[in-house]
Design a protein around this ligand. Structure first.
Ligand code: ZN
Length: 354
């Protein structure tokens, strides 16, 4: 048997989550550099600085606008970064991923402060890296998860609700794609644990999602809002760490993401968010898999919150589904069956019939 290790992120959640900063950061040193997105820093930097009692901030830096190795290198050269004992990463997925990669290169601890609840970047051991022009390059994996995520629900409730809305689709996708990918297998402990936890990526969304979305619109950090934020940021982050570890077999994706990545080639992201597109991909994934009851449940949920239920909702028609390309994507390489383009087109047609 091979040895292996597992590092998991810790987190604080609530309207006063930043009050925990001294308690969990000071043991790592007395100087931190704050790096983040522009809007994120405007909203969060002062609140973080105020709560970080006993910690000197060496600087407040913009991450550069893209999760690129070039931006990581530029930050690495900064004096404010070199002087710091730890990195405070502030913002959305790209800002957090840039800071996590920077921390890994420097061997410094990173603490995350998500300012939108659209993905699990605050709690994962991977960064999605792009070229400076914004073209996807690769996932960059590292050993250490962020030491602690400070999830301020007051701040997140003030963010535009489209982020949470799309994030819900990407979150429930995790359960369906992972359980289908792993079907019939006997995974080792950490993968089995990840699969078991994946149910926490669906149930809270269906139970609290509609209320959470409404509360986000009126900026209420309610109980329902908190449950959905936990599902998007924490449950999905933990599952992702467990399922991507050692990479093979990869249960972390499936037919819903194969649809998304295929359609990026026709510019779908110009008008639609990642999680929004994946939310439709889950319908395709479930109907192809013959899970009629779950399909009806997700479709009903999507209809209630305004996530897509038809190709037209994504500005697509039956003529531009690109089934051949979808069937060939790496996301469905480890799958219990080979995806057949013709059957896939029938699934799209059935979805369109409603
Ligand atoms: Zn996704």
């Amino acid at each position: 048997m091979n040895n292996y290790n597992m590092t998991l992120p810790n987190y604080s959640i609530g309207e006063q989550a930043y009050q925990d900063i001294p308690r969990f950061c000071r043991k790592w040193g007395s100087r931190a550099v704050m790096i983040g997105g522009k809007t994120a820093m405007e909203k969060a930097a002062d609140r973080i600085a105020e709560a970080a009692q006993g910690i000197t901030l060496t600087g407040r830096l913009w991450y550069g606008g893209e999760a690129s190795y070039e931006n990581v290198a530029a930050l690495q050269a900064r004096e404010e970064v070199q002087q710091a004992d730890m990195i405070f990463a502030v913002g959305g997925g790209k800002a957090l991923d840039t800071c996590k990669t920077l921390a890994d290169k420097l061997g410094k601890p990173v603490f995350t402060f998500p300012t939108i609840a659209s993905n699990c970047a605050c709690c994962t051991c991977v960064a999605i890296m792009y070229t400076p022009e914004g073209t996807f390059i690769e996932p960059y994996f590292f050993d250490n998860a962020p030491v602690h995520a400070f999830i301020n629900t007051q701040l997140l409730a003030e963010a535009p609700e489209q982020f949470l809305w799309a994030g819900m689709g990407d979150t429930y996708a995790k359960f369906y794609e992972a359980t289908i990918s792993a079907r019939g297998e006997q995974p080792e402990h950490f993968k089995a644990l990840g699969l078991a936890m994946a149910s926490m990526c669906t149930e809270p969304i269906f139970r609290f999602g509609e209320a959470a979305f409404a509360d986000n619109k009126t900026h209420q950090p309610s109980e329902a809002f908190r449950e959905v934020v936990l599902a998007i940021c924490v449950s999905t982050g933990l599952v992702s760490i467990m399922l991507t570890k050692d990479h093979t077999p990869d249960y972390n994706s499936g037919l819903a993401h194969a649809c998304f990545y295929t359609w990026t080639s026709i510019g779908i992201e110009e008008h639609h968010l990642h999680g929004e597109i994946v939310a439709f991909g889950v319908l395709v994934c479930l109907l192809y898999d013959g899970q009629k009851a779950e399909y009806a449940r997700v479709r009903d949920f999507n209809a209630r919150v305004g996530l897509p239920v038809r190709l037209a909702d994504l500005d697509l028609t039956l003529a531009d589904t690109m089934t051949q390309q979808i069937a060939g994507m790496s996301d469905v390489r480890h799958y219990p069956y080979k995806v057949d383009p013709e059957r896939l087109q029938e699934v799209f047609a059935e979805i369109e019939r409603g």
